[in-house]
Design a protein. Structure first.
Length: 295
């Protein structure tokens, strides 16, 4: 007779669609708060420089999101732009149990938000053991909610149709690449890269929000987007939505570990279809080589 007491089984991990429902509920709660604000003369603070601002509403939005995520899934891990990493709470799970992590950007496009522009969003990506399985990007003022789990990517509940990437001569790129940070890191490269990108595609526009740029490429409204320095909370949801819409993403590790998940890598180029824009991939390859030389 076996008298061994069975170990309690770990709580089942919610399905991708259930995780999307949780993320969407949290994003909606934050979006409702942001829509209610009078955005005239918002007070702002600076993180690392005048290019990196934060408002009290970034923090308030993140707390709303964290509260909702904790209510709906207490055992989740949360990585947020303002609050950093919050370990799982609630009942303990087995050591070998899958970990659900939500990557939270409470306001992506804070400079736009603080200036009164509508180009900002709430972005929440859900991962199970670092594999992205769901994501939501909610632009409160624009009334655009992009979502994806394990089915097709959606905009306001309607599927996004896959589209091929246009040839470079006709391509619209949404990007601030190389940007101010790359300009400080490798100024000679940054100057050349800006000219090469402008000359290499039809047009370049910078929206000031990486998450919305990814969403708009997923929707087929632009052909590509790229950045050389980024954080996980900016791109986790966008990468998943774009891929579920039929797009392609390449990432580069910089000085980090090359075998980390894509949303944990610092540089990327994403296209609306499987076809790639060579000018973007070549520039990111050159940037990677410069960074590798400095290791």
């Amino acid at each position: 007779m076996n008298t061994t007491t069975p170990r309690p089984s770990s709580r089942p991990v919610p399905s991708p669609s259930q995780l999307l429902e949780i993320a969407t509920s949290a994003a909606h709660a934050a979006a409702e708060y942001l829509r209610s604000l009078d955005r005239d003369d918002l007070a702002r603070e600076y993180k690392t420089s005048s290019h990196d601002i934060v408002t009290e509403h970034d923090r308030a939005s993140e707390e709303i999101i964290v509260s909702e995520l904790r209510r709906l899934l207490p055992t989740c891990r949360i990585v947020g732009e303002e609050g950093g990493e919050r370990p799982a709470e609630g009942p303990a799970v087995g050591a070998d149990a899958p970990v659900v992590t939500f990557y939270v950007d409470p306001i992506d496009g804070t400079s736009n938000f603080a200036a009164g522009l509508p180009l900002f969003c709430v972005s929440i990506g859900a991962a199970v053991d670092d594999e992205m399985v769901a994501g939501v990007i909610d632009a409160p003022v624009l009334g655009q909610v992009f979502t994806a789990a394990d089915g097709p990517a959606m905009l306001n509940g309607r599927p996004l149709r896959p589209r091929s990437t246009r040839p470079a001569a006709d391509a619209l790129v949404l990007s601030g690449f190389p940007g101010q940070r790359i300009g400080k890191e490798v100024p000679d490269f940054a100057a050349r890269a800006a000219l090469a990108l402008d000359d290499g595609v039809s047009s370049v526009r910078h929206l000031g929000t990486a998450a919305l740029e990814l969403a708009y490429v997923a929707a087929g409204w632009a052909d590509a987007t790229a950045l050389g320095t980024i954080n996980s909370w900016d791109v986790a949801a966008g990468f998943h939505i774009l891929r579920r819409a039929g797009g392609s993403v390449r990432t580069w590790p910089g000085r980090t570990l090359a075998d980390r998940a894509d949303h944990l890598q610092p540089a990327y180029a994403a296209c609306t279809g499987a076809e790639r824009l060579e000018v973007l991939d070549d520039l990111l390859e050159e940037l990677q080589a410069l960074r590798a030389d400095r290791l």
